[in-house]
Structures are given as structure tokens and as C-alpha cells.
Design a protein around this ligand. Sequence first.
Ligand code: GLA
Length: 383
Amino acid sequence: MDIKAIKDKFNALFGKELRVYTSPGRVNLIGEHTDYNGGFVFPGAIDKGIYAAINPNGTDKIRAYSIDYQAMSEFGMREEDAPKEPWARYIFGVVREIQKRGFQPKGFDTVFAGDVPLGAGMSSSAALESTFAFALNDIYNLGIDKFELARIGQSTEHNYCGVKCGIMDQFASIFGKKGHLMRLNCATMEFEYFPFDPKGYKVVLLDTVVKHELASSAYNKRRESCESACAHIAAKHPEVKYLSDATMQMLDEVKNEISNEDYMRAKYVIGEKQRVLDVCDALEKGDYATVGDRMYGTHYGMSKEYEVSCDELDFLNDIAKECGVTGSRVMGGGFGGCTINLVKENLYDKFIATAKEKFNKKFGHEPKVYDVVISDGARRLND
Ligand code: GLA
């Protein structure tokens, strides 16, 4: 990222005084659509994120310039001041959510840019929220703990951007650590860092560069299905608080009470819980064949049961299988975006070349390729 360009633009628009903050996007090895079901996720922060120069401006207004959109937005800090530009709503939402928690940040100027691809399932929006939540906490010495910073980003999505997301993306963006994945129990928020350096393998994202419309309403609908299935199970088994607490047997007991669609959604979530645990076990033994097998299992579940895949993603998954790639699956919320692939180093070149060629032939453009580098979470950059 060209930090100098961000600083130069800030100097030109707002003056010399500034601090620079960054927060990254994320990958997730396994554990998809489990976060809002009280299950496990296994994400890591990446070397792509949002970068923002910020300085208090002594007013009660925010002046924000997006380098990527080449656009300025100016807005106040009261509920009725919500900006129209979707990108600015993330910043506004973070400020409002901080205020709702009893803190009083003041107005500021900011110039920001990002190198995490938009809509690719790498959590560009969480990176944006986390950058500003972390920065404002630091600049105004608010003393908000890191878990709450993540929740501020999550509530921003819920209340200002229309997505009832779980906590995974914001958590990963705030807590990320170089060379480590994190296994987070989303019911208790307990987590562990796992060193992740699969010798002889590469982790690579293939971006379909498609983002299907209505992704956020479809996402919210999946969440409703899970909550409905969970309520039916909990009526018989009060110990079940989240869908991830349930077993397949419990789900089968309510099969006739719920729609077939809700049953399929819940089946996926319960299956995914076991796949995450299997992957943790396998990683400790260096058993990447099992890791990869469960990744394919997740892809199948997300495609056929949870129905959040699409032709482009299924096609990339099939190519991975044909090429003998160890593990591959749709990553993140779905409905477009990337597959995450665990590939033996000696297969890498052939896989990428084949995927590009075949995908291009079928869809008229090549997928984008991102090698995954697991990096640090939200932080201030040295001036
Ligand atoms: C999106 C959401 C996350 C999570 C994933 C699916 O990235 O923001 O909370 O639910 O989808 O695992």
C-alpha cells in the first residue's frame, strides 16, 4: 500500500498533523456460517487491509475522503446525520456505535484507501470498521477493550449496513497475529492462536470476481433459518442455546416441525462443527490430507445444503479436485467471492494455470489469484 499517497492527499486536503492506522481483511481456513450459531471459526488476518490517515479537527463533523472512490463525504455525528454513500456509512456507524457505548469521540478528518479486494469474501468492510474503531479508541484514549472494538464493527454492520453478520471478520481483523490462525469459540469468545506454516503447501485464494446481488438479504435469511431450527430444538432440549450446541439426532427430532429448507441449513451447520474440530486435530498432527478433505466437505455443504455457492465457485472447486489440490472450498459468506485452496507446492503452478485457462474459457475472464500471507491485526503505523 502506498502510505505516502494517503499522507500526501491528507496534507493537501486537511494539513500536516496526522496518524496512520491499518486493519486487515481475513481468510478463514474452516468454520463458515458457524459464528452466529455459537460455533467455532478458524480465521487469520491477511497482508491486505484498509489504511487511514486521521486527525481530530476540533469540530463535531467528520470529513472523510476515499482514495479508491475519489470521493469526499462530510457528515455529523448524530443519528440523523447518516451519510448516503455506502462506504461512509461504515465510518459513521462506528462512530455511532462508540457513542452508544457511552464514549464521546470528537470530529475528525480522514483520508483512507485499501488493498483488500471489495466483495471478494475477504472482509473489506470489517477491515474498514476495525481501522476506525481501533483508531478512535487510540486517539481519544477511550479504553475500549479489543473484544468490544470487534463488536462495534459487528453492530455497525447490523445497524447501519443491513447485514446481520457474526463476529468472525471483525474479531480476526482486530486480533490477527502474523503467522497464526485463531480458533475462536463464538459462544464464549475464548480463542487460541495456532501457528500456521504448512510445510510443503501454499494457501491461495482464487477470486471469481463475481458478487451476486442480494447477498446480504440471502445471508440474513440463512441466519433466520438457523434461529428458527434452533428454537424448535431448544423447545425440546433447553440446554441448546445455539444451533452449534445441537446434534444431528436433535435436529432429526424436529424434522417434521420445520421446513425442509431450514432442515438443510441446520444440517450444514451441525456438520460444520465437526469438520472444524477434525481440522484442529489434523493440524496438530500435520495431517493435511484430512484438513483438505474437510475443506471439500465444507464446500459440498455450503453448495448443496446451505446453498451459498454459485456456478463460478463450484467450477473452481471442481477444477481444484481434478488437479489433485489437497483442499478447496468457498470462503466467507458465499454468493461469489473466493475459494480458499490448500495446494502442494509442486502442484501450484499447474493448478493456477489450469484454473485460469478453464475459468476464462467458461466465464470470459480469469479468476484473480492471491497468495495468502497471515499477518498482524489492527495497529497504528509508525509516522
Ligand atoms: C461473513 C460474515 C461472518 C461469517 C461469514 C461466514 O463473512 O461477516 O460473520 O458469518 O460470512 O462464515
